[in-house]
Every structure is written in structure tokens, then in C-alpha cells.
Design a protein around this ligand. Structure first.
Ligand code: GLC
Ligand code: MG
Length: 570
């Protein structure tokens, strides 16, 4: 196998506030992640992506960054981070950070300067505009969290733009100094040995230069969330974003085995130092450069883009003449109709739309979206697991989904997510999917020694890692088995994909690598189904079922029980 690690591997997302607390404040921390690395290695994943850990006022729980080159004291210290990274690498795993380049916190020194006066050198680092003739906001753009996306600044008599909260002003990525400063941030972490980044709201980073009004959304209905009143035609997904992504990719490729030598790349840097005053990046100075030999030993650095766009628009983020991100997140399974024919079409269309050399990827959930077990039910959550881990492409798992964790209702007094508080009652809040990981049946589920920042799932005495690890029929055991099969069979990890003929509720496909061909058959319904195997697979037998004991194949026909998924091999 010669595929780079990020093609063959599986990514696991950790929401750091909720993974493991070690200092008794009810909030997860970096030492907690380090403590649980053996669990992750044993589970069989390859890389972890950690949601933001930077110093932050936490208006949007870390997606409002006040210092791109530090660690929030709630999570630990930079030394804890270096220790964690060493531990991750010692286990042969990779570590990805969450990069939030579209906006900073309003407490970031860059914004504090920018809003100080119209003449401040950092004024143009953010998006400032004069009021409309009537004194109102410059245009009709709406924040993703509801309300106008423009905030009036009395002191300087202008509005600034924020795609999210007013505490999250958008940076001006058309300004070369901003680009240079953010590249410096990426180098800071790459130089420490980080294996890549998940890039927050990549498609939002550039807006139309003249800020025209967005058109109304004809499909808007009350209850959808106010952001959907208009189509984000001019406020996102602008053509110039691709040069920005290519710039970040070139930087990432300057590290790792495939790229040029890092030091040479550093020398060729285009005047970065002339464009930014060094004071603004003092805190990003490289305190612990990794020796060149070990940097190269880390291999390719990975960039993943968070992008919610229709398929044709999404594909552009792979890049054209210049490479874009390796993995533009593919969120289609989250919203897809859970029906065999619809999924087959979705998968075929996605495969067909990929650009030459573009590697697929699949996601079932994250810290913003309803959990898979709540959305599809417990039985189909097991089918979803088999689907995610046997499709062609890099899967990203969301912590807790391997336990079949469902959305946890949050008592009103405990609600903190601004998405919920700004438009209450619409079901937009994200805290139900961010609850603490239940580790064992001890106090506070082994997550903390005190009451955690969000409630545990009510079924934690049963649904926890320690208990489920011992149960042969648990969904955790199924995840372990699926991950082990992926590791054992290149056909599953990097093999070709083709759909097989099937009927009713059955979704069936083949994965092939050299002489080996595996078949995956998934029953997406609640009644027994039959799949006639292709003639070449007459010798194939089940090697794993989501329902335990494997079903029989009789004269080319596989009988699938309700909610059963099966992998077959020769
Ligand atoms: C991304 C994050 C989300 C955050 C938003 C603003 O969509 O996933 O959690 O609120 O960006 O940074
Ligand atoms: Mg803690």
C-alpha cells in the first residue's frame, strides 16, 4: 500500500470541552485527550481532529479566537499541547487542529486595534463600511446566527461585518497582510509538528468586493432560521477563494515528505515580513521548531475544508491548475433521505463529480449537527457505521457516535449555545450533540470528578466505553470490527468502488483492490430483504454482520434481516 496516510486513514473528531476533564473544572482538557489516546489507538482510528483550543472569550465556544498561537487555560498550556502531540505521534497517530481564519474574536488584538480608529494600520484587516444612505447597515446580509451581519461602531462611525456573532468580526482576506499573518499562524503550528488543519467555514472567507445585496430565498419559511431569508450569493463562495485555498495548500505542501524542503520554502517566502509589523505576531514566534528530519518523517500535511455547498460548487475546492484542499468535507450523508435508491444515486453522483485525482470523503455527524443515532434510530445507526467505514474515501467519525450516543436534551437553565439563545425554540441549538463522553459507570461517567459543563446522556450507566467494550454485540464492538477490517483489507481502505444491482431497501456495492473484492450489503429498512449476488461472487461468504451471527448465502441469494448490514469476502 502506497497511499498517503490521509487517504487510507480514518479521522476522529474530538470536541475538547467534552472528551475528558483532568483538572476538575467539569470541562475537558488537553491532558484529558492525552489520557484517552490508548482508547483511540485501540479503537483503530488514524488521526484526531480537535475543535478549537485557542484562547477565547468562548462567545462561540472557541470559534471566536483571541490568539491563534496559544492554548486557552481551560484546555491547558502550550507545553501540554506539545506533550499531547508527542504522545499522539508516539502511537503512530496524526493530529489535526481546527483553523478559524474567516473571523477572529472581537477581543483579538488585531480587532481591538482595527476598531480603535479609522486611521489605524489594522483598520483594513477587517470589513468596515459606511452606513447606507438611510443610516442603516450597508446591505441586507444576514448573520448565520440571525440578525443583520453588520454591527454599528459608534466611536468610528462605521459598520463592521460578521458572518456569525458580532463577537466574531470577519477578517479581510483580500488584504495581503492578513494573508501573510495567517500563513505565519499555520507555520507556527506546522513547525510544532501538527499534521494538518480542518479549516472552519472555508467557503465564507471571501465576499463580493462591492458588497451587493443578497437575493431573497424563495423557499424561505419561518422556523428555518433567519439566515435562510436570503441566498448567500454574494457573501460566500466567491471565485477568489480558490487562490486563497491554493496558497494555504502550497504552504502545507512545503512541509512533509512530498513537498519541497521546508527551509528552502521559508527562504522563498514572498515578503511576508514586510507586509506585517512583527509586533502583531510576536506571540507566534516559533518557540519549539521541530528538527527537519522529523518534520519530513511526519509525511504529508492535510487540509480539510468545512464547506456546505451543492455538489458542483463543492468540487471546485479540490482546486484546478493549483491544488486546493485535499478533502472538501462531504456532508451529504447527514441530510440524505435514508433510502437505498436515493443513497445509491447520491453516492454515484458524488463519485462521478470528483475531479481527476480527487479523493472522496464522508461524514455522518459533527459538533453542529444532529447525532446520527437520533436522526436514524439505534438500529440504523449500525448500518450508518458500516456505510461510513466501507464507502470509498476518508471517513470522519464524531466522538461518541461509536457508542450510539444520541442528542441529549439540555435543561433551559443550562443552555449556553448562542445559536440556540439567539433564535430560541427552533431546534437550532448544538449543545445536545456536544455532551460529555461517558467513559465508565463511575461518578460522572469517568468524564470528570465534578458535575460536567453539560449533562451526560441519561443512559450513561449502560452506554459507556468500559461497559460496551466488553459486550460482543455493542455498537462500539461493531465500530472496532469495522475499523479492524478496513486496516486488514486494502480493498476497503483504498480500493475501487462500484454499485451492485439490488432491489427494495438494499444498498449493495463492491470494493476491489488487485485480486481482492469485497461486497457490502445494507438493509436500510425494517423488513427482511434478499440480495442476489453477482455470478463472480458465488464463493463469497459473510465476514461481518451488524446483527452479530452472520446470515447464510443459499444458491447465490443473501437473506438480510431487518436493519442488517453484511460484509462478504471470498
Ligand atoms: C463552523 C463551526 C461552528 C461555528 C461556526 C463559526 O461552522 O463548525 O461550530 O459556530 O463555524 O465559527
Ligand atoms: Mg478541565
Amino acid at each position: 500500500m502506497t497511499a498517503p496516510w490521509w487517504r487510507a486513514g480514518v479521522i476522529y473528531q474530538i470536541y475538547p470541552r467534552s472528551f475528558q476533564d483532568t483538572d476538575g473544572d467539569g470541562i475537558g482538557d488537553l491532558k484529558g485527550i492525552a489520557r484517552r489516546l490508548d482508547y483511540l489507538a485501540g479503537l483503530g482510528i488514524d488521526a484526531i481532529w480537535i475543535s478549537p483550543i485557542y484562547p477565547s472569550p468562548m462567545a462561540d465556544f472557541g470559534y471566536d479566537v483571541a490568539d491563534y498561537c496559544g492554548v486557552d487555560p481551560r484546555f491547558g498550556t502550550l507545553a501540554d499541547f506539545d506533550e499531547l502531540l508527542d504522545q499522539v505521534h508516539a502511537r503512530g497517530l496524526k493530529l489535526l487542529l481546527d483553523f478559524v481564519p474567516n473571523h477572529s474574536s472581537d477581543q483579538h488584538p488585531w480587532f481591538v486595534e482595527s476598531r480603535a480608529s479609522r486611521l489605524n494600520p489594522k483598520r483594513d484587516w477587517y470589513l468596515w463600511r459606511d452606513p447606507a444612505p438611510d443610516g442603516g447597515p450597508p446591505n441586507n446580509w444576514i448573520s448565520d446566527f440571525g440578525g443583520s451581519a453588520w454591527e454599528w461602531d459608534e466611536a468610528t462611525g462605521q459598520y463592521y461585518y460578521h458572518a456569525f456573532l458580532k463577537q466574531q468580526p470577519d477578517l479581510n482576506w483580500r488584504n495581503p497582510a492578513v494573508q501573510a499573518a495567517m500563513h505565519e499562524v499555520m507555520r507556527f503550528w506546522f513547525d510544532r509538528g501538527v499534521d494538518g488543519f480542518r479549516i472552519d467555514v472555508l467557503w465564507h472567507m471571501i465576499k463580493a468586493a462591492d458588497f451587493p445585496d443578497n437575493p431573497p430565498n424563495p423557499d424561505y419559511r419561518p422556523g428555518m432560521g433567519e439566515m435562510h431569508r436570503v441566498l448567500q450569493l454574494h457573501s460566500a463562495d466567491q471565485p477568489e477563494i480558490h487562490a486563497i485555498a491554493a496558497g494555504m495548500r502550497a504552504l502545507a505542501d512545503g512541509y512533509g515528505a512530498r513537498g519541497q524542503d521546508h527551509v528552502a520554502f521559508g527562504r522563498n517566502r514572498p515578503n511576508a515580513k514586510n507586509m506585517i509589523d512583527s509586533k502583531s505576531l510576536e506571540h507566534c514566534s516559533r518557540k519549539k521548531p521541530v528538527p527537519i528530519f522529523s518534520r519530513n518523517a511526519l509525511g504529508e500535511r492535510l487540509l480539510i475544508g468545512e464547506i456546505y455547498l451543492p455538489l458542483d460548487r463543492l468540487m471546485d475546492y479540490y482546486g484546478g491548475a493549483q491544488a486546493g484542499v485535499q478533502l472538501p468535507f462531504n456532508f451529504q450523508l447527514i441530510d440524505a433521505p435514508w433510502q437505498a435508491r436515493a443513497l445509491a444515486t447520491l453516492i454515484a453522483n458524488y463519485e462521478a463529480a470528483l475531479p481527476p485525482g480527487g479523493w472522496p470523503n464522508w461524514v455522518l455527524g459533527n459538533h453542529d449537527r444532529q447525532r446520527i443515532a437520533s436522526k436514524r434510530g439505534e438500529a440504523q445507526a449500525r448500518i450508518a457505521a458500516m456505510l461510513l467505514l466501507t464507502l470509498r474515501g476518508t471517513p470522519t467519525l464524531y466522538y461518541g457516535d461509536e457508542l450510539g450516543l444520541s442528542d441529549v436534551p439540555i435543561p433551559p437553565a443550562q443552555l449556553q449555545d448562542p445559536r440556540e439563545l439567539r433564535e430560541p425554540g427552533l431546534g437550532l441549538g448544538r449543545e445536545p450533540v456536544r455532551t460529555p463522553m461517558p467513559w465508565d459507570a463511575g461518578a460522572h461517567a469517568g468524564f470528570s470528578t465534578v458535575s460536567p459543563w453539560l449533562p451526560l446522556n441519561a443512559d450513561w450507566p449502560m452506554r459507556n466505553v468500559a461497559g460496551m467494550a466488553e459486550e460482543p454485540a455493542s455498537i462500539l464492538t461493531l465500530y472496532r470490527q469495522l475499523l479492524a477490517l478496513r486496516r486488514a483489507h486494502p480493498a476497503l481502505a483504498i480500493g475501487d468502488f462500484s454499485l451492485l444491482d439490488s432491489e427494495g431497501d438494499v444498498l449493495a456495492y463492491e470494493r476491489r483492490y488487485e485480486a481482492q473484492a469485497l461486497i457490502v450489503a445494507l438493509n436500510l429498512g425494517g423488513s427482511e430483504q434478499r440480495l442476489t449476488l453477482p455470478p463472480w461472487a458465488s464463493g463469497h461468504r459473510p465476514i461481518l454482520s451488524t446483527r452479530g451471527e452472520a446470515p447464510r448465502v443459499e444458491s447465490h441469494v443473501l437473506r438480510l434481516r431487518a436493519d442488517e448490514g453484511v460484509i462478504l469476502a471470498a
